[in-house]
Design a binder for this molecule. Structure first.
Ligand code: PLP
Length: 426
């Protein structure tokens, strides 16, 4: 494949945009080479500026669960745009999408819409702090909750310590309120809660992790967190920005039957437009302005175009629950095929999957950030470029889940499996 025009466009972009991109992972730093500039997309396929056609396993990092330029969503946005693109006033549409979301997701009475997953997580934590009157939060190493200061904290040498900032610009003052634990390690969480009695406002977690590749919660882990939160008066926040409306209509709460106090959404809920949301019980959500004292706002929050896209997407998923089954079957098929292709490989590997989230790690077992990091190696980079040259657009990082979309055909999946088999042979 030729990427001449993409490379030229990247060179131009770098002159006026830091690193040439508006979100770092797009720059291909983790895999090397220049990023691909996309011209258009439809269904499961991307068409780039050089005229290449790629099978897309990212789907805009999750939102496009039904494929690119899904006709009903495109139509809804077009129609809505004619009526005005923003008002800064309430619309009936906002109530309609809120009612629909509340009816689909267990354990939530009220939902507030924002413009991104970052905003949703940042606001949910502020609400948890305002509600409990406590300052600290616990997060898990390798879980991503957007780029707000409190979340850019990484484990130092020991995970059970105060975090140190992961990025310049995050103050020590902020970092000290974020406590870190390893994913799937209940004892670490318990130790943190015991050592910080009546100080921890919330535990925030990706209930199925997707930002260190796909990692499943071990049996009893989420239930254990729920019990610890109840004991300590701490709120449990499920960050379902990736999993919400993807793993099940009601997300992980429905799928794994564990109740969260607050849930955050993004990605699928916007149908490809910038939308995030956070939701919870009436009691907790009533602390939010203007009903309560915890401030949160947004000029473009509830934007009519975004709400039209999101509503159309959620409505379609709610009316066609068979989509979740279809996605599960496609991803299981891919899982089996990749397993068969890898079985003769003379290298360590493992595949983690739940529903339509799947990742192939080039290391033996991945259950937390430390084990995921072992898969960020040369084999991954080689595999990435091999797949790209074979016409498959995978996430350009060993720390990202693949996101299947229902527009993918079995032929697309077969091509992906065959290309993987060819990689193993080489
Ligand atoms: C993508 C993501 C976010 C951040 O959402 P943005 O819309 O990129 O700000 C937060 N949490 C999780 C789990 C995500 O996958």
């Amino acid at each position: 494949m030729i990427y001449k025009r993409s490379s030229a466009l990247f060179a131009e972009a770098q002159k006026v945009i830091p690193g040439g991109v508006n979100s770092p992972v797009r720059a291909f730093k983790a895999v090397g080479g220049d990023p691909i500039f996309v011209k258009r997309a439809k269904g499961a396929y991307l068409y780039d500026e050089d005229g290449n056609k790629l099978i897309d396993y990212i789907a805009s990092w999750g939102p496009l669960i039904l494929g690119h330029a899904f006709d009903p969503v495109v139509e809804a946005v077009k129609q809505r745009a004619e009526l005005g693109t923003s008002y800064g006033m309430p619309t009936e549409l906002e109530t309609k999408i809120a009612e629909l979301a509340v009816s689909m997701v267990p354990n939530i009475d009220k939902i507030r819409f924002v413009n991104s997953g970052t905003e949703a997580c940042m606001s949910a934590v502020r609400l948890a702090r305002g509600f409990t009157g406590r300052d600290k939060i616990i997060k898990f190493a390798g879980c991503y909750h957007g780029h707000s200061d409190s979340f850019l904290i990484q484990a130092g040498s020991g995970a059970v310590t105060f975090g140190s900032p992961n990025s310049p610009g995050v103050t020590q003052g902020t970092a000290k309120d974020t406590l870190l634990a390893a994913y799937n390690n209940l004892e670490e969480v318990e130790t943190l809660l015991e050592a910080n009695k009546e100080e921890v406002a919330a535990i925030i977690i990706e209930p199925v992790a997707g930002n260190m590749g796909c990692i499943l919660p071990e049996e009893g882990f989420l239930e254990g967190l729920r019990a610890l939160c109840d004991t300590h008066g701490t709120l449990l926040i499920f960050d379902e920005v990736m999993t919400g409306f993807r793993l099940a209509p009601g997300g992980v709460q429905e799928l794994l039957k564990v109740k969260a106090d607050l849930v955050t959404f993004g990605k699928v809920i916007g149908g490809g437009l910038p939308v995030g949301a956070f939701a919870g019980s009436k009691e907790i959500m009533s602390h939010l302005a203007p009903e309560g004292p915890v401030y949160q706002a947004g000029t473009l929050s509830g934007n009519p175009l975004a709400m039209a896209a999101g509503y159309t997407m959620l409505k379609h998923l709610n009316d066609h629950k068979e989509v979740f089954k279809s996605l599960e079957e496609k991803t299981a098929y891919l899982h089996k095929g990749l397993e068969a292709a890898m079985s003769t490989a003379d290298m360590p590997w493992c595949i983690n999957r739940l529903g339509s989230m799947i990742s192939l790690h080039f290391t033996e077992e991945v259950k937390d950030f430390a084990t995921a990091a072992k898969g960020n190696n040369d084999t991954f980079k080689k595999y990435y470029h091999h797949m790209l040259n074979s016409g498959m657009y995978l996430p350009p990082s060993a720390f990202e889940s693949w996101f299947l979309n229902d527009a993918l055909s079995y032929e697309d999946l077969d091509k992906t499996i065959e290309a993987t088999a060819a990689f193993v042979k080489q």
